[in-house]
Design a protein around this ligand. Structure first.
Ligand SMILES: [Zn+2]
Length: 516
């Protein structure tokens, strides 16, 4: 049965049992928006009260708000984990029991679940954070929509501008949680929230995901991206990552969300995704390759090809090696044995070896410790092995643009007025300077004289190609309007796997790869 309601009182008592409830460190905070501060205290089991005062700048005055946080009259607050809003625990503490009070225009996002009490003069949010489940504190001028599905409260915390998107997100999250629960094991918390953020983020935390307001309306957000973040509730925020032993959770999230969705669509779509992982790795210069076991985060270099693509490919190969049925059983066992604990690749190897009854040590050693890929193999036309591509299998994609270390804009025909704006936009992709990857900006006709590929669709767009007469790689932006060209550059961040993107009037985009 489904129904909408305002307050959810389901809490962590189910997980920990009421007898241990007194070992949660109490954290009480009040938002003073005009002072730009969160003020309160924490009390541990010893009864000693420690004051907490957190100040943060307004959003527009904070250059790296993701790290420093903000407290802002317009947007509310974002308080990172490192700010100390959750004070250190003493041994034996289960976590933090949090209460946040805000003025009535603001709401605090509870996680991984909790309750919100709204009154005419203040809003109170209460939730218990288990010790491994820490996350940022998020407060905003949110409209809350709710869907109760199979005992899980799914909520959206959106601004009024985006509140019309809530229904679609709630339904999509419900579907993802159902599918992932069936495949892995029951969803580990009693709530899940999708939270809009003015920051350029897409991050998964225990029981919630933060999504940038700018990309929230994009069609892929409530599909593939939402599934990916929801699968992190199991992989990374349910079974936790022991970062010192490598971050396995991205590969799991890609495999159980992005790849599962592609496989559900068609075998062809799954094959295309495997090819994409190989293309991405193949484009990495040898000095940027490192063993998968050493992957920690994609924020440095092009590590995504390893920590996401290669890791997902290893799971795909493991599934074929031990058989889909055995693989699924082992996934359930891994979840069941390790939830709410920190693990590394070794625990994964041991669980799968034991559960499948086969020694998988050489398999894991090869794919986790060898920085390379298998040799190109033209008999593997379904891209089932993590391997290099033969020259004939390579395709130019916009990844070329997104991973270039230096970009050099070249304005064809002198039709662009705001060159500085375009250079600024290019700086969100990479460094700009002479001798970099050529970025042609001009009309389709002018570009056609210089490059070998043209998208099959007419209209302004961006694509990756090669120069005529055996020349090198190039990015083409067909537009004579600098605002449009800037928007094409900004959009390309989401389309690295495609050769060309032609945005349509309805806000969607036509995309494709040169080899179909
Ligand atoms: Zn992820």
């Amino acid at each position: 049965m489904r129904f909408f309601h305002i307050v959810c009182g389901v809490c962590f008592l189910f997980l920990v049992g009421p007898t241990q409830a007194d070992t949660w460190r109490k954290v009480t905070l009040k938002l003073d928006i005009s002072a730009g501060a969160l003020v309160g205290s924490s009390v541990g089991v010893d009864g000693v009260k420690i004051p907490i005062v957190i100040n943060a700048p307004e959003l527009k005055k904070s250059e790296h708000a993701e790290d420093t946080g903000y407290i802002d009259f317009r947007y509310g607050a974002f308080i990172p984990i490192g700010s100390g809003w959750l004070p250190s625990l003493q041994s034996g503490d289960l976590g933090w029991s949090v209460e946040v009070v805000t003025p009535p225009d603001f709401v605090t996002v509870p996680f991984p679940d909790g309750e919100i009490i709204e009154t005419s003069y203040e809003n109170i949010t209460r939730f218990n954070v288990p010790k491994l489940a820490s996350a940022p504190l998020v407060i905003g001028r949110f409209h809350i929509a709710e869907l109760e599905a199979d005992g899980i409260t799914i909520r959206t915390f959106f601004s009024s501008a985006n509140s019309k998107l809530a229904k679609g997100f709630l339904e999509s999250a419900d579907e993802a949680i159902g599918a992932l629960s069936a495949r892995i094991g029951p969803y580990p918390y009693s709530a899940f929230s999708i939270v809009e953020s003015p920051l350029p983020v897409g991050l998964g935390f225990p029981g919630f995901t933060l999504v940038s307001a700018r990309i929230l309306p994009m069609p892929f957000m409530k599909g593939r991206s939402l599934w990916h973040e929801i699968s992190h509730v199991w992989w990374g925020n349910g079974v936790f990552v022991d970062y010192a032993k490598g971050n396995w959770a991205e590969g799991f999230a890609v495999f159980f969300a992005d790849y599962a969705l592609a496989s559900r669509k068609s075998e062809n779509a799954a094959r295309d995704m495997r090819l994409d992982w190989l293309l991405e790795f193949d484009a990495l210069p040898p000095e940027k390759r490192f063993p998968l076991r050493q992957f920690v985060t994609k924020s440095h270099g092009q590590a995504q090809a390893i920590g996401y693509g290669k890791a997902a490919m290893v799971l795909q190969m493991l599934e074929r090696k031990i058989g889909a049925q055995v693989f699924d059983n082992c996934v359930k066992k891994f979840w069941n044995d390790w939830k709410f604990q920190k693990v590394g690749w070794l625990e994964i190897e041991n669980t799968f070896s034991e559960c499948s009854g086969s020694d998988l040590s050489s398999f894991f050693k090869r794919w986790l410790d060898d920085p390379g890929a298998a040799r190109a193999d033209l008999t593997d036309q379904d891209f089932l092995t993590f391997r290099h591509l033969a020259p004939a299998e390579r395709v130019s994609t916009l990844r070329l643009f997104l991973s270039a270390s230096l970009l050099e804009p070249q304005f064809l025909g002198g039709v662009i007025d705001n060159r500085i704006g375009i250079e600024k936009a290019l700086k969100t992709v990479g460094n700009v300077g002479a001798g970099g990857l050529p970025i042609f900006v001009g009309t389709r006709q002018d570009i056609a004289k210089l490059v070998i590929d043209l998208p099959p669709e007419a209209g302004s767009g961006i694509w990756a190609s090669r120069l005529r007469n055996g020349g090198g790689d190039v990015i083409a932006i067909s537009s004579t309007n600098s605002r449009e060209a800037i928007s094409l550059i900004m959009r390309s961040h989401h389309y690295g796997r495609y050769s060309w993107v032609i945005p349509q009037k309805n806000g969607r985009a036509k995309t494709g790869r040169w080899n179909g």
